[in-house]
Design a binder for this molecule. Structure first.
Ligand SMILES: Cc1cc2nc3c(=O)[nH]c(=O)nc-3n(C[C@H](O)[C@H](O)[C@H](O)COP(=O)(O)OP(=O)(O)OC[C@H]3O[C@@H](n4cnc5c(N)ncnc54)[C@H](O)[C@@H]3O)c2cc1C
Length: 378
């Protein structure tokens, strides 16, 4: 049986690794001409790292990434509002959290795909299905056929639009800047991910290796983020934050900063149609407020391969994937949306109330909430 994957992002590559390990014949089609060095980092939580352990890439990620032992939300001046210590969860699930350069993660995943054909510069245009085959055409006019097609082509998925016509992207009205900087910051931040919540904006930073810090900044906008922030000076926008933030921004090369807006996919009722199935952001894109988008993609990638290897019937395998993964992925999308709104309050009294309620929340409850995300139910 031949399986073709559209998209060589984290979701597509992980799916290919999992399928290859189950003995399937796989090939990947990717729109980009080459794998450019993505200028941002990514946090891989304990759920994703458990999957990566099963797939045999844990060691590489842990040696090339940076270990994170706690997640903190603070006010603008880095005064702690809440802290999740990950050590208990690490013990329970026998995996740790790592932040890593996206390009490094990409290389690690690609290295696991020896023998898998990756066609670059292949942007999917359309597809059609017969009973047991999928035919698909690229923008360069070439056409291919496969038994199964997996759409791992991200939030704007052409595969999704080809099989469903009623899906909806939601705009969070938050603009986002991301950067990587070589910088010395106080030692205590070496193993922490800190997110500073201000008035209608926030700033997060985490080490991705010994020398480099990955940071992200978000701010509310009203109607047009590109226009409203076209002449923005980030140092000024975050001037009321801790002086460390100014230092991080000022040391970052301007050209390397990625700027976009936050959107998600309103949960869709099904992830497959006949022999075509969606994976990752194509099926369950979330806002990044819980750092779970890729982690969820990694989980779904593992599960789809497991289901296809145990079920003879393709439809049953896809049905099982949905049954195992859909509820959890939907919960992340919903919770993440709410967290994003809470983080960006603009009203002073609302902020005061939110911070104090969060400060008073029992530690055990906070840890329990986050560890429920890390449990794999397959
Ligand atoms: C600001 C920000 C911070 C984030 N931080 C985190 C984090 O810390 N932790 C975490 O787990 N997640 C995080 N995420 C989410 C994470 O980036 C995504 O969930 C993840 O990258 C999704 O992977 P994917 O492979 O499904 O899709 P994508 O990464 O979007 O990959 C899709 C691939 O398909 C290709 N493609 C698209 N269209 C076509 C086509 N027509 N034909 C062929 N190929 C095509 C694209 O070129 C791309 O290579 C963050 C997201 C954002 C925006």
């Amino acid at each position: 049986m031949k399986i073709s994957i559209i998209g060589a992002g984290i979701g597509g590559l992980t799916t290919a690794i999992a399928l290859k390990q189950k003995g399937f014949e796989v090939e990947i089609f990717e729109a980009s001409k080459d794998f450019r060095k993505a200028g941002s980092g990514i946090n891989l939580a304990i759920n994703a790292m458990q999957v990566f352990r099963r797939l045999g890439v844990y060691k590489e990620i842990s040696s090339l990434g940076s270990y994170t032992d706690s997640l903190l939300i603070t006010d603008e001046k880095l005064n702690i509002i809440t802290k999740v210590n990950l050590v208990n969860a690490e013990r329970e699930f026998k995996a740790k959290t790592f932040a890593i350069h996206r390009a490094t993660l990409h290389t690690i995943l690609l290295n696991k795909l020896n023998g898998v054909k990756i066609h670059l510069n292949k942007k999917l245009k359309s597809l059609s299905q017969t009973n047991d085959e999928v035919n698909f055409i690229f923008e360069d006019g070439t056409a291919y056929t496969s038994n199964i097609l997996i759409g791992a082509d991200g939030i704007h998925s052409v595969v999704r639009k080809s099989i469903f016509d009623n899906t909806e992207l939601r705009i969070a009205k938050q603009a986002c800047w991301r950067g990587i900087v070589k910088i010395d910051i106080p030692k205590k931040y070496q193993t922490e991910l800190n997110e500073l919540w201000g008035k209608g904006k926030r700033f997060g930073f985490v080490h991705i290796n010994e020398n480099e810090v990955y940071w992200y900044a978000l701010a509310n906008y009203k109607t047009d983020y590109e226009k409203e922030f076209s002449n923005i000076n980030l140092e000024e926008l975050f001037s009321n934050f801790s002086p460390l933030i100014k230092k991080i921004i000022s040391k970052t090369e301007n050209n390397d900063i990625i700027f976009n807006e936050m959107i998600d996919l309103k949960p869709i009722s099904s992830w497959y149609y006949k022999n075509v199935c969606l994976i990752g952001d194509a099926s369950h894109a979330t806002t990044p407020n819980m750092g779970q988008g890729a982690c969820q993609a990694i989980e779904s990638a593992y599960v789809i391969a497991a289901c296809l290897s145990t079920e003879k019937n393709i439809q049953t395998a896809f049905y099982k994937l949905e049954k195992i993964r859909k509820k959890d992925a939907k919960k992340i999308v919903k919770t993440s949306w709410t967290v994003g709104k809470m983080a960006h309050l603009e009203n002073r009294f609302g902020i005061f109330l939110r911070n104090n309620i969060m400060r008073l929340m029992p530690k055990i409850l906070i840890e329990k909430q986050s560890t429920s995300i890390y449990k794999l139910n397959y």
